[in-house]
Ligand binder design. Structure first.
Ligand code: C2E
Ligand code: MG
Ligand code: MG
Ligand code: MG
Length: 277
């Protein structure tokens, strides 16, 4: 017993583990500060519809770290979720996205574009979420019908009735919902038909090998058919090649996002991208 406790105590002071804990705490502090210092920005990846028309964009969060350069969300979103900082960060994302929508609304070339914003389950679970989104939209003057929220299946582990009520309230104001990374989570089909969704996004992991892996091809075909029968649009993410796009088109998928069309762009680059078309 004493020996075991001793081992645990020793493990607690394991310098490697202490280093990991310190790194986490440092990152969390950095994140908090980054929000105050204005080190975050949004990049915009074009979303493409039938015939190659640009229908909108997805807003993707970036951290312009003074030392580490551009940091991808995978490196900090999980920690922001665990620490609760995602609530403040999510508010900033939404405000910035609404301001962008308003800027787009002022120019004919971008006035009809929609903007998709990623929302984590933790944000959706927050009791004030619906009011906050509606207040942010109202303050910004952006058209709610141009805003799309991307949710993931992880939100289905929460109280589904509450989730449905929140989505319904937002939808009543004109917002649309897309289910992101579809096929990787634990969606139950009975919940799926009850959620007031507009779109399913096929996870990029299925798209990546759709031409070489018969299982991925079958999953993609199944998701497209499921979307069609539920009356939802289906968007493929991670489309990198013309051959993938052709496969998707052949099987009824009419909306795409991926490096084939464009990488995520800064706001200025995005405007130039639209102007060049
Ligand atoms: P996601 O929402 O599924 O976004 C798609 C990711 O795929 C983005 O990665 C995008 O840059 C990347 N991508 C797009 N096209 C291609 C392609 O053709 N090939 C490949 N290999 N990748 C492609 P990113 O920007 O690193 O974002 C990763 C994830 O971080 C997002 O996945 C989303 O879950 C999360 N995220 C990003 N911004 C936010 C945010 O503002 N709030 C929250 N809660 N999560 C965010
Ligand atoms: Mg997304
Ligand atoms: Mg996704
Ligand atoms: Mg993802």
């Amino acid at each position: 017993q004493a020996k075991a406790a001793g081992r645990n105590a020793l493990r607690f002071f394991d310098p490697q583990m202490q280093t990991a804990v310190n790194a986490r705490m440092a990152l969390e502090g950095d994140l908090r500060q980054a929000l105050q210092l204005g080190e975050f920005c949004l990049h915009y990846q074009p979303q493409v519809g039938d015939g190659g028309r640009i229908t909108g964009a997805e807003a993707l969060l970036r951290w312009r770290h003074p030392q580490r350069g551009m940091v991808a969300p995978a490196a900090f979103i999980p920690l922001a979720e665990e620490s609760g900082l995602i609530l403040a960060l999510g508010r900033w994302v939404l405000e910035t996205a609404c301001a962008q929508l308003l800027a787009w609304a002022a120019k004919p070339a971008t006035a009809r574009l929609s903007l998709a914003v990623n929302v984590s389950a933790r944000q959706m679970r927050h009791p004030g979420f619906v009011d906050e989104v509606l207040a942010t939209l109202a303050r910004s003057g952006a058209n709610p019908a141009r805003l799309k929220l991307e949710l993931t299946e992880s939100l289905l582990v929460d109280d589904v009735e509450v989730t449905i009520a929140k989505m319904t309230a937002l939808k009543a104001s004109g917002l649309g919902f897309s289910l992101d990374d579809f096929g990787t989570g634990y969606s139950s089909l009975s919940y799926l038909k009850r959620l007031p969704l507009e779109q399913l996004k096929i996870d990029q992991s299925f798209v990546a090998d759709v031409l070489t892996d018969p299982n991925d091809a079958a999953i993609v075909r199944t998701i497209v058919a499921l979307g069609q029968s539920l009356g939802l649009s289906v968007m493929a993410e991670g489309v990198e090649t013309q051959a993938q796009r052709e496969f998707l088109f052949h099987h009824g998928c009419r909306a795409y996002q991926g490096y084939l069309f464009s990488r995520p762009l800064s706001a200025e680059q995005f405007d130039a991208f639209i102007a060049a078309r």
